[in-house]
Write a protein that binds this ligand. Structure first.
Ligand code: SPV
Ligand code: MG
Length: 321
């Protein structure tokens, strides 16, 4: 393979080799995962410096214009995640909802995710079709035994040793007790989960911090402070949280920006007023690696096959002959 081919598609990537998801989750630091819902938002999050991404079910569904209710099929969701993998080098944890069916659907899902280079999947202990955790009350939970079967099936199906299976506990969201959240976590941990995600829809972090304290570091714990976003991040660090997922802010930022700009264009019947507030098309070209294609054209379309490309505008570097 030529140097050029190796760099193809990922010419923008940072010089640092990304840390695998498992290493990030198991490190002493609290790591932050940014939500992304397509290749572009993944790229933007990586450029901002996030070391891992969350492929959010809510955000991917919403960006397709459908509800977070398994209205988009698992293959449609997986296809989006594949575009994200192609766009970045940092690991991606995919929101796998309830696994899109039973243990057998989970097996197939995990096999496909490993083939596509996804770093991990998060499975939640609700029932198919899932409903977003912030809607309604007392959502039914999966029987523990059944959910443990999904975790085991996921672990037995991974072809990549580094693949992470995260078990998400919805007990607190569904109005169950802290004790239930803990014994569910214990069962999922014993079934082989690499990490636990404890979800909460309270506006305070007290219950997730009680969970992490009583959990006692048995395995990495991930939280999603969408509703308790006012909690200073340092409390998560001190509370032993392994990873924080900012689960939907990129999508919400895009919605705010689009609503504002599109509204102004409609009102003014012109883009003159807004043009300075939106990125130039060159930025879109940069984010989608148009430069890389120009180099590839030089290499692959020269009649004699001589292949050179110009890194800096002056020195021609031979990459293939
Ligand atoms: C998602 O981002 O899709 C999540 C997190 O699962 S939440 O929306 O809080 O359920
Ligand atoms: Mg989700």
């Amino acid at each position: 393979m030529t140097d050029f081919a190796r760099q193809e598609n990922k010419t923008h990537l940072t010089a640092m080799t990304p840390m695998p998801l498992r290493a990030l989750l198991e490190s002493d630091e609290t790591v932050f995962l940014m939500e992304a819902h397509n290749g572009l938002s993944a790229r933007i999050a990586e450029e901002a410096g996030f070391r891992a991404l969350w492929a959010s079910g809510l955000s991917m569904s919403a960006s397709l214009g459908v509800r977070d209710r398994n209205e988009a099929s698992w293959t449609q969701i997986m296809e989006i995640v594949e575009y994200m993998v192609d766009s970045v080098s940092v690991p991606i944890l995919m929101d796998g909802d309830t696994g899109f069916g039973d243990f057998n659907n989970v097996r197939r899902l995990v096999r496909k995710l490993c083939q596509r280079g996804v770093a991990g999947v998060c499975l939640e202990d609700k029932v198919f079709p899932k409903t977003n955790s912030f809607l309604g009350h007392d959502q039914p939970l999966a029987p523990v035994q059944e959910f443990c079967g999904k975790i085991k099936a996921a672990k037995d199906s991974q072809s990549d040793d580094g693949f992470c299976v995260v078990a998400r506990i919805e007990a607190l969201v569904s109005g169950r007790s802290m004790d239930e959240a803990l014994w569910r976590g214990e069962a999922y941990h014993a079934a082989g989960a690499d990490a636990i995600l404890i979800h909460s829809k309270k506006s305070s972090a007290s219950e997730v911090l009680e969970f992490t304290s009583r959990w006692g570091g048995r395995s990495p714990v991930i939280i999603v402070p969408t509703m308790y976003y006012t909690t200073p991040t340092d409390r998560f660090r001190k509370g032993g949280v392994s990873a924080v997922i900012w689960a939907n802010q990129s999508l919400r930022a895009a919605v705010s920006a689009m609503q504002s700009i599109v509204g102004r264009i409609r009102e003014n019947q012109s883009v003159l007023e807004v043009n300075g507030d939106i990125v130039p098309v060159e930025e879109v070209f940069r984010l989608t690696n148009v430069d890389e294609l120009e180099l590839a054209e030089k290499i692959y379309t020269e009649p004699n096959g001589a292949t050179y490309y110009n890194d800096e505008g002056s020195t021609l570097r031979k990459v293939r002959s």
